[in-house]
Write a protein that binds this ligand. Sequence first.
Ligand SMILES: Cc1cc2nc3c(=O)[nH]c(=O)nc-3n(C[C@H](O)[C@H](O)[C@H](O)COP(=O)(O)OP(=O)(O)OC[C@H]3O[C@@H](n4cnc5c(N)ncnc54)[C@H](O)[C@@H]3O)c2cc1C
Length: 416
Amino acid sequence: MAHRIVVLGGGTGGTLMANRLRRSFDPAEAKIAVVDKDDVHVYQPGLLFVPFGLAHAEDIVRSRQRQLRAGIDFHLSDVDQVSLADERVVLTDGTVLPYDVLIVATGVCLQPEETEGMTGPGWRERIFTFYDLDGASALHEALERFDGGRLVVNFVDLPIKCPVAPLEFSFLADWYFQERGIREQVELSFVTPLDGAFTKPVASGRLGSLLAEKGIELVTEFNTGEVDGAGGRLVSYDEREVPFDLLVTVPLHGGQEYVGRSEGLGDDLGFVPTNPHTLQSLATPNVFALGDATNVPTSKAGSVTHFEGEVLTKNVKRFLAGRELDASYDGHANCFIETGFSKALLIDFNYETEPLPGRFPTGAGPMPLLKESRLNHLGKLMFQWMYWHMLLPGRDIPGVAPTMQMSGKQRVAEPA
Ligand SMILES: Cc1cc2nc3c(=O)[nH]c(=O)nc-3n(C[C@H](O)[C@H](O)[C@H](O)COP(=O)(O)OP(=O)(O)OC[C@H]3O[C@@H](n4cnc5c(N)ncnc54)[C@H](O)[C@@H]3O)c2cc1C
């Protein structure tokens, strides 16, 4: 009998896994089903550009179903719950999907209502997020109307998707207001719960210097407890205040609600406890997870999801053949960081090694690490083509291995 593989989520991870598995298994060997609640696949890195008019909503959206190879069943429905004991998924449209292998790729849920006041007075008037399509489009209109004052960029707490995106937004805002000739009328602040611009010391030092060079104020260790939209204030738990005229916020992230309804599948935040090297869930051997839905200690990023997909494809095959799993996933992540004026930085790291300066993909590679360059910016732009034509179809990226390479990286003393 054919193996029954069910993939929850038809975003980055679900799509690339289903396509990779469809290529790996003959149709007689495995039936593959993907479930998603909508048919709107957003290229999420493109959300950064929408507020600045550098991309339009229709440029970054495609049908989910059309990204799936022939021979994959697509179910357009919310997941109601997973029964690990019965090895089946129940959808809200009443469909029941029994599985031999389940892959969880349902990403994260934005939770603006978890922060006091965030969705109260001023929400979508002077308080915006660019982390979803509607928010990014509404922010575009607000930025066009904004002709001076205090613009504050804040993320409430980690984990968030693409933790560098709020920094990129700040750098692009500096560029945008310069282009409009009103930079001197705008005060820009980057307000973070971290003790520096980024989580890891070397990158934090470099990105902090870049904020300073661009005249963007850095406010650290600010744990947002309340957003006062009417008064235009961010208030921290230790009662510090940051005033704003326009707030660009990244709300708290949690797992999807159905994870909480599925006994044994998730942790308290709704993320799926997952072996960080094999991507097998800790709940039960025939459940695996990838992408933002897991609790593995690396960035929540599309690059991570792609690298995980290479290892996970092998592991689904190995699991079904009764063989030992491949434990080679090392937390590899890389990300372009747009800095404005047609330049970007690039970072490349894993569980053990923080982002370091050097060259990418190897010592002789053309792209500088942790340093602004035009080539990195072109790489960021080209990534959208690669996303639709290489990542989602489940192809490897030539010259970029799923595990991080030390070749090309320079060890440096960490800032004191
Ligand atoms: C503004 C922004 C900028 C970013 N920039 C970058 C970048 O430059 N580089 C990078 O590598 N990454 C970037 N990312 C992160 C990247 O987009 C995500 O990490 C990646 O998409 C994760 O893939 P995923 O499959 O885990 O989740 P997703 O792609 O979000 O897919 C999850 C899917 O699950 C579905 N789903 C959820 N709940 C249910 C349910 N109950 N029933 C049915 N379906 C459900 C959703 O509809 C969705 O299709 C960025 C993200 C944002 C928001």
